[in-house]
Design a binder for this molecule. Structure first.
Ligand code: SAM
Length: 248
């Protein structure tokens, strides 16, 4: 029967594309891709000639209907994003929802996901965690989100880009306190893979001191609040006020 395969692609190292992902991408009628040029490069690396359809944030609603119609006509399709697992801070939710509502089979071809890869090496409690995706870009909204998370007892997992890593770490110190154990996973599976672990304030200092530690893609993980969260948050505000004088 026609199926929408949700296929994870590598987050860096191309050898992480699974054998089943390769087979699926080779055999479906078309691949819905966030960026057809990027996925085109991946496909040509593996010698795959399956046609591509653009499905991104800006056309997902309109395209979902047309893609569901193709599935209903008996075609099997794959959904991929630029890197990692679709729908995880990536497009696809509206398509998957529409396909399910239309009674079409939706099946995962699992593989790389930056959040899970990062957690697996962080050395932080991972039996319970809260995936927060990207923090808001605007500083006021970011701080508001972080204060709402200050009492969360699960390990917090954030995605971050090179533009904002230092600012976000400074806001984390301010909202959660300088002492919280945290881990920053940078450029996983790539040439400059780096995993830094320490207290939040130490990590901020390292990232501020070294330009290279601000380059690339990041997963930031912070241990959840303990019993003494209130005192730590007060300390965070104090340390932040001291640091703030030196921030750009
Ligand atoms: N769907 C993807 C997944 O499954 O991880 C995430 C897509 S999201 C648009 C991109 C973000 O994921 C980056 O800004 C970064 O936070 C994280 N990321 C992606 N690749 C990474 C890598 N190789 N190392 C560290 N973080 C990565």
């Amino acid at each position: 029967a026609a199926t929408l395969f949700v296929v994870a692609t590598p987050i860096g190292n191309l050898a992480d594309l699974s054998a089943r992902a390769l087979e699926t991408l080779r055999t479906v009628d078309a691949i819905c891709a966030e960026d057809t040029r990027r996925t085109g490069q991946l496909l040509s690396h593996f010698g795959i000639a399956t046609p591509l359809v653009a499905l991104h944030e800006h056309n997902e609603d309109a395209m979902a209907e047309r893609i569901v119609a193709r599935l209903q006509s008996g075609q099997s399709l794959a959904l991929v994003s630029d890197a990692g697992t679709p729908l995880v801070s990536d497009p696809g939710y509206r398509l998957v929802k529409a396909a399910r509502a239309a009674g079409v089979a939706v099946s995962p071809v699992p593989g790389a996901c930056a959040a899970i890869a990062a957690l697996s090496v962080a050395g932080l409690p991972s039996d319970r965690f809260a995936f927060e995706g990207f923090l808001p870009a605007k500083s006021a909204a970011r701080r508001e989100r972080l204060s709402a998370l200050a009492g969360e007892s699960r390990t917090l997992v954030f995605y971050e880009s090179s533009h904002r890593i230092a600012e976000s770490l400074a806001d984390l110190v301010r909202a959660l306190g300088p002492e919280r154990p945290a881990t920053i996973a940078r450029e996983l599976t790539k040439l400059f893979e780096t995993v830094l672990a320490g207290k939040l304030a130490e990590l901020l200092a390292k990232v501020q001191a070294d330009d290279n530690q601000r380059k690339g893609e990041f997963v930031v993980m912070v241990q959840g609040a303990g019993e003494d969260a209130g005192a730590q948050i007060a300390e965070g505000r104090r340390v932040y006020a001291l640091l703030n004088a030196h921030l750009p």
